[in-house]
Design a protein around this ligand. Structure first.
Ligand code: SF4
Ligand code: SF4
Length: 338
């Protein structure tokens, strides 16, 4: 099912969804940067820039309370947060590198334990993807098997048109239902031409070759060389659409408090610190090695997927300029040499 939608009608669609009581998360200018955030009105929608952080927080917030507790003379009362109360959500304007990530993450959030905080949000979210027509020198989605016009992970997919507005393609039944329910905002497709998709630089990486090198090189001097600069700030993991490690901590006092789930990062020195004080990854190269191994070997071994969509955020914002695409090219070149 293919239709078109004007810029103005896209904003009116947001207003209509909000009026029905749903939540619409989309790129908006939030003070100094564009972020995926809940909109209060369609006028806030800003599809011109790639948001600084990925859209994973739509399903997996930076920090959330998962229970509360209170103790007095009468005893202890525990209040569970009920995921059934989460609102129906439309994630609008997700770039292909962001839209593809949740379907990669579904495997880990429903593997040995069903994380209902994540899964209920996934069930209740319709993803409207947006084709990219510009790329910067950090983007490398095409090198990891995606593309600026990739519809994977989207329920509906928007492609900007030359004269303004968007071509709108229903990718899943969920997307088709949204389009049918809100039919007044869509028109039949005419002769409008789509804008050309962006062309990220860089040749496709041979992820199979890279993985086979990783399989045999847990110990290699390369890890020290590439991670020498890493300051363990965790920015790469926090900005990434596919990184998903979290910690759980209790906050408050013995009398009253809450249990919170919050993002964590394998780059942090204390990430694997044991209660005994022993840390199996006690130096930064071991932590950076884990980042690469997890994305390009362990996740593939366990779930058959690569944990990177080539969004380039970790390259753009690493304070010391570590470039994961360059590291992968280096590993691929080593395979050729060895
Ligand atoms: S953003 Fe850069 S310095 Fe910070 S943890 Fe990641 S690789 Fe290390
Ligand atoms: S590892 Fe870097 S380039 Fe790959 S998805 Fe994460 S932030 Fe984007």
């Amino acid at each position: 099912m293919s239709k078109t939608i004007t810029e103005q009608n896209l904003r009116l669609l947001v207003d209509a969804l909000l009026k029905e009581g749903g939540r619409v998360v989309a790129p908006k200018l939030a003070e100094t940067m564009t972020l995926y955030e809940p909109l209060a009105t369609g006028q806030e929608l800003d599809l011109t820039k790639l948001p600084r952080r990925s859209s994973k927080e739509t399903f997996f917030p930076l920090c959330e309370t998962i229970l509360t507790f209170e103790r007095d003379e009468a005893g202890v009362r525990v209040g569970d947060v009920d995921p059934a109360s989460f609102p129906e959500t439309v994630l609008l304007g997700a770039r292909p590198c962001d839209a593809a990530a949740p379907s990669i993450l579904d495997a880990v959030f429903s593997w040995d334990y069903n994380d209902e905080f994540y899964l209920e949000r996934r069930r209740k979210t319709t993803i409207i993807g947006l084709a990219c027509t510009t790329a910067d020198d950090a983007c490398f989605c095409t090198a990891v098997g995606l593309s600026p016009a990739d519809t994977r992970g989207s329920d509906l997919f928007l492609t900007p048109l030359e004269g303004g507005g968007y071509a709108c393609q229903a990718v899943t039944d969920k997307g088709k239902e949204l389009m049918e329910k809100q039919a007044q905002f869509f028109s039949d497709a005419g002769s409008e031409k789509p804008l050309a998709p962006a062309e990220p630089a860089g040749e496709p990486l041979d992820l199979g070759k890279i993985k086979s090198w990783l399989d045999g090189n847990f110990e290699n001097p390369l890890w020290t060389k590439i991670a020498d600069l890493c300051v363990g700030c965790g920015a790469c993991a926090f900005l990434c659409p596919a990184c998903h490690c979290f910690d759980i901590s209790d906050e408050g006092t013995e009398a009253k408090g809450c249990r919170r789930k919050h993002w964590d990062a394998c780059g942090f020195g204390k990430f694997t610190n044991h209660a005994s004080g022993h840390n199996p990854r006690d130096v930064q190269p071991q932590r950076y090695r884990n980042r690469i191994m997890h994305k390009f070997k362990y996740y593939d071994d366990k779930f058959g997927r690569t944990l990177c969509t080539g969004c380039g955020r970790c390259i753009r914002w690493c304070p010391v300029g570590i470039d994961i695409a360059a590291i992968l090219q280096q590993v691929e070149a080593k395979v050729e040499v060895e």
